[in-house]
Design a protein around this ligand. Sequence first.
Ligand SMILES: NC(=O)c1ccc[n+]([C@@H]2O[C@H](COP(=O)([O-])OP(=O)(O)OC[C@H]3O[C@@H](n4cnc5c(N)ncnc54)[C@H](OP(=O)(O)O)[C@@H]3O)[C@@H](O)[C@H]2O)c1
Length: 408
Amino acid sequence: MLKKYKILTLTHHNINLKKLGRYVIPETEGDLLKQKLHEMKQALHMDELMYLATCNRVMYFFTNDQLLDDALITRLFKMANPALSAEEVEIGIEAANLYEGESAMQHLFEVASSIDSLVIGEREILRQFRTAYDQSKEWGLTGDDIRLALRYAIETAKSVYDKTRIGERPVSVVSLAIQEMRKLNLATRSRILLVGAGQTNTLAAKFLVKYGFDNVHVFNRSQDKAKALANRFGGTGFALDALHSYKGGFDVLIVCTGSTKAIIDSTIYQSLLNGETDKKVIIDLSMPNNVATPVTQDFDNHYIEVEGLRKLANENHNFRKQEVLKAQVLLAEQISTFRVVYQQRQLEKVLQHVPAEIKAIKSHAINVVFKKDLDGMDDDTRDLFERMITYMEKRCISVPMKAAKEIV
Ligand SMILES: NC(=O)c1ccc[n+]([C@@H]2O[C@H](COP(=O)([O-])OP(=O)(O)OC[C@H]3O[C@@H](n4cnc5c(N)ncnc54)[C@H](OP(=O)(O)O)[C@@H]3O)[C@@H](O)[C@H]2O)c1
């Protein structure tokens, strides 16, 4: 019944997160991403498609009646990023997880509920999930099947957060990164530069405030957002381009944007150093990374990125194991409910033309087949006849609907 639902995904479970960035569609936003997804949907015969890329997963959730095989995955990866080498495509095929039917729904619910997250219990995934769906919907990529699945996935996630302690003592990739940074015992007056002013760096800023860091400046593509974030520290908000000429120095560079290209290359980094040679801290949570690899290799630095947070994430996992088991029970219940709801919805769709057809039959009977007989009737008889036929019409419409509900 649910076999149209399919998921193809690469996650932290089966690929190094430094490599995951290569499987993210390089056109991050706007018309190019929309166009790419439409091309993929059409070429790969998908009926509906939702695309989700986070710091630890790339997921294609789609519906169709095709077989999910290596040929399809190869085409999908090549379309997603034509710059992938043959070897990278092979690695992607090896690492990818494919889910179909109920197991696709199970995976979807697990992702939404953060059971499958690198940091189990983090709530950010639900926001990312919603944003990805809203975007796919707005771009005309999704339809009724994904809408219904998402509605249940989000309901399930809420119920998991409400009925288990999975989100207790909330953690996130950002909180773990800051935890890692604090192990370095930095002075609260350390000069911190935030590059990006989206959700992730806003969360990072919250932690910086919490731990007393107050020497923070922000660079962002939209300068107004940089200013708003910098205001929290009494710092300055710059446009992204200002990175080239900034000479204020830094101790910590926190980079996190939605760009799929590196923002900090060796030239910009060298310029930001402004002649300083002491060991700096680089935190890069972007997927793919926004700090170019040579920067992290050629300069003296403490480098904190998502892949390196696995150990801390696993410790968090152990704390939440029991809650994951409870969540799995809720998920199983929700999948059973979804199966019934989906079946009902399919019947509704099949039967949705019934009222219009019955109305058309009634109209044809009155205006064509029995027209002459009706024209010869007196007003009372005609009124009675029309009331009878309207009554019949309503009853006829309700019979198949009722039967359909009983079948399910
Ligand atoms: N959300 C999380 O929990 C989380 C955790 C860890 C890592 N990450 C990763 O962090 C990155 C950003 O995620 P987010 O949730 O913070 O996204 P977001 O809220 O959508 O913010 C995106 C940020 O990136 C900037 N940006 C987007 N495209 C850009 C481009 N092409 N060039 C320069 N700047 C660009 C945006 O600038 P404007 O303000 O000008 O739009 C904004 O500051 C992603 O790679 C994500 O996977 C997210």
